[in-house]
Design a protein around this ligand. Structure first.
Ligand code: PMP
Length: 299
């Protein structure tokens, strides 16, 4: 069920500036990042050998570190080069890319002003999704018990490890009930996002999506908004209340891993996988391919 373990695979991991054998990319148990979640990461995808919107992901990684009060000691150029080299070294043109930065072991307490900042990047094979028929059925979402925190309570705009604690709990609870994932509301009770993807709805031919004021403004979300506008669809970013779920006809998730994933149910609410969702699935699949990538990123 778990498949090949992540601590023992063939190939190399980029670790603090060097390529090390995959199984040797280890850290000490007394790492600040492990104890206090002082870690930020990215999730990227390569399609046919090219990482989609790599520069945007690297920028967000560096900015997430700054939000947590640290400076990643490698430039964007160095990070981008390492990501690209890993695609070649690992030999997977269709893959997932995971850079992670964390505070090391020099101090072990809440304060860690002088701890070294480490950076590692791993790439593993992630073939693109080949079974559109299965996907077009849509996934079922539970409604999460936890809520996205107030930006005054947590650094909600960073892609920071600590923010995923409630996502894992919510996703596990959803899976135990037979759902694929969970929709999370925010601290005000508004619709926010799924545990690892943004959410969109369709009503009367227009797209509605929550304003990302306390959760990640996903890179895929921005691409899909641009693609939708290119198609002439109206896109409305606004506060969405849970009661409104009954008024939408279509629903889908967006994310680097999720791409554009249709949703058929959210708790008691039902949606059809309609034309707009299907069109944006296709447009996104075309946009991520090398050659068209720049076009979509600039849209
Ligand atoms: N929200 C959360 C909580 C996520 O983990 C992700 C995936 N990174 C997203 C949204 C979507 O972001 P992106 O499109 O940049 O992958």
């Amino acid at each position: 069920m778990a498949g090949q373990p992540f601590d023992n695979r063939p190939g190399v991991i980029w670790f603090d500036g060097e390529y090390v054998p995959w199984a040797d990319a280890r850290i000490h148990v007394l790492s600040h990042g492990l104890h206090y979640a002082s870690a930020v990461f990215e999730g990227e995808r390569a399609y046919s050998g090219a990482i989609y919107r790599l520069e945007d992901h690297t920028r967000r990684l560096i900015e997430s570190g700054r939000v947590l009060g640290f400076e990643i000691p490698y430039s964007a150029e160095v990070i981008n080069k390492a990501c690209n080299e890993l695609i070649v070294k690992q030999g997977h043109p269709d893959s997932y890319v995971r850079p992670i930065a964390w505070r090391g072991s020099e101090m072990m307490g809440v304060a860690a002003q002088h701890n070294r900042i480490h950076l590692a990047i791993a790439v593993w094979e992630w073939p693109s999704y080949f079974d559109p028929a299965e996907r077009l059925k849509g996934i079922r979402l539970d409604i999460a018990r936890y809520r996205r925190p107030d930006p005054m309570t947590a650094p909600s705009k960073a892609k920071a490890s600590g923010l995923y604690m409630i996502c894992t709990i919510s996703k596990h609870e959803a899976e135990q009930k037979g759902y694929a994932d969970a929709l999370m509301f925010d601290y005000r009770g508004r619709v926010a996002e799924a545990t690892g993807a943004n959410v969109f709805f369709v009503k009367d031919g227009a797209l509605h999506t929550p304003t990302p004021d306390c959760f990640l403004d996903g890179i895929t979300r921005k691409s899909v908004i641009a693609l939708a506008r290119q198609r002439g669809y109206q896109v409305i970013e606004r506060a969405i209340m849970p009661e409104e779920l009954a008024t939408f006809s279509e629903c889908f998730l967006t994310g680097t891993a999720a791409e554009v994933t249709p949703v058929s149910e959210v708790g008691p609410y039902k949606f059809t996988v309609g034309d707009i969702t299907r069109t944006l699935m296709e447009d996104y699949s075309a946009a991520v391919l090398p050659g068209t990538q720049k076009l979509a990123a600039n849209a």
